[in-house]
Write a protein that binds this ligand. Structure first.
Ligand code: SF4
Ligand code: SF4
Length: 404
């Protein structure tokens, strides 16, 4: 299993985590089998959103004796009312459900406490007003019951505001092939990198729609992180059937992603997700399906390495990924901010990885951009019309020549 840093929390999270919303509805023996198998296979990040007491008991039993091996999340403001899921902003009701969570999971703390399902600016104002849920989360943090504070939501503009506020350590947001061209998603990912906010990609299968065999599929706005939460679903026409491995491969190749939480409600679905770990590059390749989702993405590298082999053995995807990351972190504004306070940059480090680390990664590559002989083989093979030669020149400028 690959592990990645969860932003400024410093936690090491498995690249594949587990979403448990549908698992919670399954019989106890299925829940235990899936959770135990997941842990045995290296998954350590579990998203636990369900407020239903019986489901909490079942899930809690699955983690008995294994608490130290896992990172557990809870969602503040996610409650049950009249036997049904509901969202509240009432601090007392939210705290009661949270304390019930700790009891039923037999634990003293959660690793990440999410402010649950924030999708509008008005709701953000309410969450952050004095004695609102953010204040409650901070108190729970001071009491040691929550180690870090996160936010979950489905609206890119609102999530961006939260990331830039400095109030949250982790963001949980929909990231999938279906949302590749959604306005604002790229900027949101960049902001997570710049503010060192861990990014948990939910809905990697767009609510299961991406895995449907039909060639015409639809995804709801909330499954894609669209700014408009309500409205008609987006229609996609895809030429091939996608696999879980391809969907996860896409998500994990995107900028800023710490982990993704596919929902697995049985051992088969878990195995399909875990197959990512040993999949060949061919099995991971999502490029044949990409045209259906790539509106307005032409010319942007998605780091798929479909353009290899390079005769000079340049790892093109990795080189361009480092270039993008370095350029995002080298904006004038960020540099000015950093230079004003290089040691602490306020309470937070500048970025997920320091520029020094990026340079070291680049230097560690077996071949560098300067080795490019501009043969153009990769440009012909790239399905996304990336001008690799121009990007290699930029990489030389950034990593080897430096600012003018
Ligand atoms: S240049 Fe094209 S083929 Fe190569 S990694 Fe980037 S998107 Fe993929
Ligand atoms: S153009 Fe450069 S990066 Fe692309 S295949 Fe040729 S040598 Fe490799």
């Amino acid at each position: 299993m690959e592990y990645r840093k969860l932003g400024r929390t410093g936690l090491d999270v498995s690249a594949i985590g587990l979403g448990t919303e549908y698992l919670m509805e399954q019989p106890q023996d299925t829940v235990l089998a899936v959770v135990h198998k997941a842990i045995a296979q290296g998954i350590n990040y579990f998203d636990l959103v369900g407020p239903d007491p019986a489901s909490r008991d079942t899930m809690g039993a699955a983690f008995a004796g294994r608490r130290e091996q896992v990172l557990l999340t809870a969602h503040l403001g996610c409650i049950e009312r009249g036997g049904q899921y509901a969202v509240t902003r009432d601090p007392q009701v939210s705290e009661d459900f949270f304390l019930d969570y700790l009891r039923r999971y037999s634990t003293d703390y959660v690793d990440v406490l999410f402010l649950h399902n924030n999708n509008s600016r008005e709701d953000w104002e309410r969450l952050t007003e004095p004695r609102g849920l953010l204040d409650l989360a901070r108190r729970l943090q001071q009491e040691g019951k929550a180690h870090f504070i996160g936010l979950s939501g489905h609206n890119a503009a609102v999530a961006l505001q939260a990331v830039e506020s400095g109030y949250i350590d982790v963001l949980m947001f929909p990231v999938s092939l279906a949302s590749h061209a959604v306005p604002g998603r790229g900027g949101l990912q960049d902001a997570c990198v710049a503010h060192n906010v861990g990014l948990v990609a939910m809905k990697p299968y767009a609510g299961g729609n991406l895995l449907r065999k039909e060639h015409i599929i639809y995804a709801e706005p909330y499954q894609m992180g669209r700014t408009q939460m309500r409205g008609a679903p987006t229609r996609f026409e895809k030429a091939v059937t996608l696999t879980p491995v391809q969907c996860l491969s896409y998500v994990l190749s995107q900028v800023g992603i710490s982990t993704t939480v596919p929902g697995c409600k049985n051992l088969n679905e878990l195995a399909e997700a875990l197959a990512y770990r040993h999949a060949s590059e061919e099995e991971k390749d999502f490029s044949a399906a990409f045209p259906a989702f790539k509106d307005s993405t032409s010319g942007q590298c998605v780091y798929c390495n479909h353009c290899l082999p390079c005769p000079l053995e340049i790892d093109i995807g990795k080189t361009l990924s480092l270039l993008d990351e370095a350029q995002r972190q080298s904006t004038n504004a960020l540099r000015a901010d950093y230079e004003a306070d290089p040691v602490g940059h306020g309470a937070r480090p500048l970025s997920r990885r320091s520029l020094t680390e990026l340079w070291a990664d680049y230097d560690g590559l077996p071949a560098n951009a300067a080795d490019c002989v501009e043969c153009g083989d990769c440009v012909e093979r790239c399905p996304f019309e990336v001008d690799v030669i121009a990007m290699m020149r930029e990489a030389v400028q950034v990593f080897e020549v430096g600012p003018a």
